[in-house]
Design a protein around this ligand. Structure first.
Ligand SMILES: Cc1ncc(COP(=O)(O)O)c(C=O)c1O
Length: 467
């Protein structure tokens, strides 16, 4: 057994994701050892509020007795069996539940696609990878496109596997790998605060509420489809995050944008891939899936992060019978979807997911109240000169920091405004991670009013002090 401390062990052996390791090695890591509800403790006994739900995964709090019990019960039966050639009970039950949740009768009409088939994978990236491959093959097999291409949004991030990176448009992350990627197109994101078409002067409110435009962002989508058609091509699918683009900087969409662009894509015979990896399972809308808030039913619904309540890596791509049927045939036709992962349909992950879904439905009031509390207590941040925009969707809030709200001048990334604010918050017992100059507030649904009050009063103090 090693005698060195966990901090030293980390520094000696680990390489962290999206982390400049030179900086990491200069500071002592926070070693988290325990959790309960929205609270995490480190190995020194310090207490923290988990204000970004452990990178947007945790829904109902840490160490939840119901999810713990579900995993423990399943552990006593079997931890893992292969979905290649075999079935297991929790995965099939979860499939049934996901199909039920993905087709809310009250919100959708009969002419919209029904999502009927669930393909499990491991994480957000792989759920997107599955959708891209299915859509590509579907477009070819049905004759919708001979050379299927994908359209996604400026600033998009859909994961780190090669297909997901190809559909991403964040130069900082993706440019270095351009030689490895396939070509996709991008179109303007509905980013009201920094939209070149929005003629409104900044106000002390979410830019969506005072925008002055003709929703040119949707017109540009139409133009993009037309341009592609003129060149003799087409798109297999438009890949979007419904309601709010998360990793692009928590960019919340104006109402009806999603339904407008969905109509445009469908009129051009393209499918919709909804990346609900962040927004899904009640996170970014009143509904379980953000697509349904705008009465949109995608052709592929990709979910991950919160699926297992944030306990275990578990993801799903839910799609239509029509897509499923395109892969049916005699064995010798080789129409099989040749794709899968060793842990596809993992029983422990599925058991945790089933328990999490029960909580999601039985405790809906909790997340509705959380969204209200975030709205109420974040208001005071408008007093600060360096708060440019605040965008809330359901239980997610993005706070965009600027040099001065009147000019909207951004901080240079090298100034690390977001990183410095989050480091200040951590010293005061609040954990979150910025996206550039945007501070993320996305706590578990069980976070209390008092905890929310604390998050925002500390944020006020720290932003004021540091910027
Ligand atoms: C919207 C969105 N899509 C996809 C992903 C990739 O998910 P994962 O990190 O689980 O592969 C992320 C991760 O942050 C995400 O936020």
């Amino acid at each position: 057994m090693s005698t060195i401390s966990p901090e030293r062990q980390d520094h000696k052996y680990l390489w962290h994701p999206f982390t400049q390791m030179r900086d990491w090695l200069k500071t002592e890591p926070i070693v988290l050892t325990k959790g309960k509800g929205s609270i995490l403790w480190d190995n020194k006994g310090r207490e923290f509020l988990d204000a970004n739900s452990s990178i947007w995964t945790n829904l109902h709090g840490h160490n939840h007795p119901k999810i713990n019990r579900a995993i423990n019960d399943q552990l006593k039966k079997v931890s893992h069996v292969s979905a290649l050639g075999f079935s297991n009970v929790p995965a099939s039950k979860l499939g049934e539940q996901l199909v039920r949740l993905a087709n809310p009768k009250k919100l959708l009409n009969k002419s919209q696609p029904r999502l009927e088939k669930v393909f499990f994978s491991d994480d957000g990236s792989t759920s997107i990878e599955v959708a891209i491959k299915l859509s590509y093959e579907f477009a070819k097999r049905t004759g919708a496109s001979r050379k299927p291409r994908f359209l996604s949004l400026e600033g998009a991030y859909h994961g780190d596997t090669v297909g997901a990176v190809s559909a991403g448009h964040i130069d900082l992350f993706h440019k270095a790998y351009s030689g490895l990627l396939f070509k996709t197109d991008k179109v303007i994101s509905p980013y009201c605060y920094r939209c070149p078409f929005n003629k409104a002067a900044p106000e002390r409110a979410d830019a969506r509420s005072y925008r002055n435009c003709n929703m040119e962002c949707a017109t540009q989508v139409e133009q993009k489809f037309e341009q592609r058609k003129k060149k003799g091509g087409s798109y297999a699918a438009f890949l979007v995050e419904p309601g709010m683009q998360g990793p692009a900087g928590l960019i919340a969409q104006p109402k009806n944008w999603l339904s407008k662009v969905t109509d445009i894509a469908r009129n051009h015979n393209a499918q919709i891939i909804a990346d609900e990896v962040m927004t899904g399972l009640g996170r970014a809308s009143k509904q379980i899936f953000a697509s349904h808030s705008d009465k949109v039913q995608p052709d592929y619904l990709c979910i991950a992060k919160g699926l297992s309540g944030g306990y275990l890596p578990m993801a799903a791509t839910i799609t239509t019978q029509k897509v499923f049927d395109a892969f049916l045939g005699d064995y010798s036709e080789f129409k099989t979807f040749f794709h899968g992962h060793s842990f596809t349909g993992n029983p422990l992950g599925a058991a945790a997911s089933l328990a999490s879904i029960e909580l999601l439905e039985s405790k809906k009031g909790q997340r509705i109240q959380l969204a209200k509390n975030i709205k109420e207590y974040s208001k005071k941040l408008w007093e600060l000169e360096t708060v440019g925009d605040m965008r809330q969707s359901g239980c997610v809030l993005g706070i965009e920091l600027v040099r001065n709200w009147k000019t909207k001048e951004p901080f240079n990334l090298t100034e690390q405004a977001g990183i410095r604010v989050c480091a200040g918050l951590a010293k005061k017992g609040i954990l979150t991670r910025p996206i550039g100059n945007v501070i993320v507030v996305m706590p578990p649904y069980c976070t209390t009013k008092a905890q929310i009050k604390k998050i925002f009063s500390t944020l006020h103090e720290i932003i004021d002090e540091i910027l």
